[in-house]
Design a protein around this ligand. Structure first.
Ligand SMILES: C[S@@+](CC[C@H](N)C(=O)[O-])C[C@H]1O[C@@H](n2cnc3c(N)ncnc32)[C@H](O)[C@@H]1O
Length: 368
């Protein structure tokens, strides 16, 4: 980056931080703020939020984090095969719509549209849903080859859609929904708050979150157990569920079962410049805040919406189940050395337990 540009980038980041800090300061004058509200402001303030700023750098562009899509095309290729199988199971409907909420730069849509073929490609239509303005601009360029023909399109998050036959899929959407950390202190629940001196845990009535955590721990809570509670999850699941007349709900994200998250004491994380820590109250608006996804709760909510067989498994296992590994190995022999190496690295990133293979899960549920 030229020196002039880096000074400009730095001063932009400082002014975003100042804007969010000013808002937080005036809120703090009225009392301490729940961590989930800080996360909501830091990510989704209409003007200064990390995912709402008109200009970068943010996320991938700002090199705070990368997702499975930055590792190469293999996730998209595997998903294309998985969706084609779902389409066949459904009797090869004439139209198969794939809606991606939290679609970011549209790279998953691009990788899907690049790899599908034949009759499935004729039926396939990809719809990008994400109000993140910087990502939307990148998506318009990534999806350009398919926009004019109508094979790729865009919808806003508040737009009302007619139910369709097809799939809703997402990668790293639910970890970006504001979440509230809770912790069991041995006698009562405490929630994490921001005060003028910094973060602190305060006793509070957990309501529905407490009922859920108690049930998931089967009455065996230990001091320090805790998890994150996404207040908006039922509403979000209800909204997405309403779009699918028949088809597959598939989501990829980091997280675990409710019981495991409780035992590990899941909390918020901050990603900045490829380093990760628990300082969710720092650099507000200029770093990514995120939380593990409670896959047990997501599956329960989908069941309530009438989805069948919600199951989740590790990304590594899911890739091994759906990717044509032997075919790939033969095809890659034809590639130039560096490209072949990049494909192998892409596969390792998706499947190795120390990388995304274990930490990431894939949840699938059906509406038939
Ligand atoms: C971590 S990024 C993931 C981007 C992309 N899926 C990827 O893997 O590269 C999360 C994205 O979810 C979007 N998002 C958050 N809540 C959303 C919602 N309710 N509907 C659609 N998008 C949402 C944010 O704007 C952000 O761009």
């Amino acid at each position: 980056m030229p020196p002039g540009e880096s000074v400009q980038t730095f001063s932009k980041a400082v002014s975003v931080m100042r804007a969010i800090e000013t808002i937080i300061k005036s809120r703090l004058a009225a009392g301490i703020i729940p961590a989930a509200e800080v996360m909501a402001l830091a990510l989704y303030h209409p003007e200064h939020g990390y995912y709402r700023r008109a200009e970068g750098p943010w996320g991938f562009e700002g090199k705070d984090y990368y997702t499975a899509l930055d590792c190469g095309p293999l996730l998209g290729q595997t998903l294309a095969l998985r969706l084609e199988k779902a389409w066949e199971t459904m009797g090869c409907p004439k139209h198969f719509t794939v809606l991606e909420p939290g679609a970011g730069r549209g790279w998953l849509g691009r990788d899907l549209l690049t790899s599908i073929q034949g009759a499935f490609a004729e039926a396939f239509r990809y719809v990008h849903m994400d109000d993140n303005p910087a990502a939307r601009r990148a998506a318009e360029s990534a999806l350009m080859p398919w926009i004019a023909s109508g094979r790729a399109g865009f919808v806003g998050e508040s737009q009302i859609l007619q139910p369709f036959v097809g799939a809703i899929l997402s990668n790293e959407l639910f970890d970006a929904v504001p979440a509230q950390p809770w912790r069991w202190n041995g006698t009562a629940w405490e929630r994490e708050m921001l005060g003028t001196e910094g973060p602190r845990w305060e006793p509070a009535m957990p309501g529905e979150a407490g009922v859920w955590f108690d049930a998931q721990s089967e009455g065996a809570l230990e001091v320090g157990d805790g998890s994150v509670w996404v207040e908006a999850l039922p509403e979000l699941v209800h909204k997405f569920a309403g779009y699918i007349e028949q088809g597959l709900f598939l989501t990829i994200d980091y997280g675990d079962s409710a019981a495991r998250l409780l035992a590990k004491g899941a909390d918020l994380r901050r990603y900045k410049a490829h380093s990760v820590d628990g300082k969710w109250w720092e650099d507000l608006g200029t770093s990514d805040l995120t939380a593990d996804v409670d896959f047990t709760r997501l599956a329960t909510l989908l069941s309530r919406e009438g989805f069948q067989l919600p199951t989740h498994q590790s990304l590594g296992r899911w890739v091994r189940e759906h990717a044509p590994l032997i075919e790939w190995e033969a095809q890659w022999q034809e590639l130039a050395g560096p490209v072949r190496m990049a494909r192998m690295e892409n596969l390792l990133a998706l499947t190795l337990p120390g990388m995304m293979g274990d930490r990431f899960k894939v949840l699938e549920a059906w509406r038939r």
